[in-house]
Design a binder for this molecule. Sequence first.
Ligand code: CTP
Length: 398
Amino acid sequence: MRLSNRRILLGVSGSIAAYKSVFLTRLLVKEGAEVQVVMTDAAKDFVGPLSFSTLSKNEVYSEYFDKESGAWANHVDLGEWPDLMLIAPATANTIAKMCHGICDNLLQATFLSSRAPVMIAPAMDLEMYEHASLTENLETLRSRGVLICDAEEGELASGLSGKGRMAEPEHILDAVVNVLNNGPLSGKRFLVNAGPTYEAIDPVRFIGNRSTGKMGISIANELCKRGAQVDLVLGPSKITSIDHKIRVHHVESAAEMFDKCIEIFPQTEAAILSAAVADFTPSSVSDQKIKKGDNDMQLGLTRTKDILSTLGEMKEERILVGFAMETNDEEANAISKLERKNADMIVLNSLREKGAGFGEQTNKVRMFVKKGKSFDTEVKSKEAIASDIVDKVVELLN
Ligand code: CTP
């Protein structure tokens, strides 16, 4: 699926080509995109909103507010939502309004509110398409960064033949895929795990750790920003600033995290395992809350399965990155971990460094790669450290 988790706001204006946008909606959804549709009133004369809402599985908007319920269709929210605003078909009228900032319908208000890239697929008759006003308007929009999926030649609704018919839905789909997948890591899939794990003792108690997931989430966001497809296996974390394009798999225990990572890893190019996975889990879990008695209590613990080592056995050509948090003999421990777990890189967090580690907004790491080489970073934000780590992973991939 080439548009996994991508958000596309499809604007439909009034042209007979609107029927092709019904098919386009289906193609976009089949490629994994989430689609919301805004129609002009004129578009509804050609096709019904029900076709779009059925295929997109989302409500179709065309009014500023619902006249019966009074509910407001917030064009600012709509404009902020997508990764791409695609107006197909874009009529001569819609193009002229876009050019001059005329805001007399929800589609235009959304266009003016949006900061997402915009692509239009013009559709009109031969003479209209050749008219100087349209040529100038398209040039103006192009100069403002609007992407134009050119009209194609062929039979037109008027019976004439020439340029003006909306590009075929398959061609628009390819143009959308090209725009949205043009980062340096596009086409590459990564597995990242992050956060703590919680090991249940009984229905209300668990053994956990202080990891927030911030470092791993920053790495996942950075990979995504560079165009990669990212699966994030996330233990219990309160952080919500995760790029919507990332596929997040929420897990709780080390065993759940193990199973999910093993499932995803074979489909990826690289895995970055930043999670603070519990090394031990209670040997048995009580299905009822354990009542306290007068005596002390002993808790039996069993080793969890090591995800990094297991992926190390499975890795073949894939790149595998682990983390280490050490309090002593840092360098020797990190190098030994690199070898024992068959990783390509170990990112060492030192608990001795000020401004580094769990719960901090900043970090400082040393990255160990094979042949005894290592690279140090400064103390900086976890986002900036994530970028350094991703740079090194990209070097390893190449
Ligand atoms: N890790 C894992 N699965 C586990 C435990 C840890 O994948 N069950 C991964 C972590 O995500 C991290 C690295 O292993 O990438 C951290 O290793 P650590 O637990 O420090 O390794 P150990 O070899 O167990 O080191 P120590 O002897 O310090 O416990």
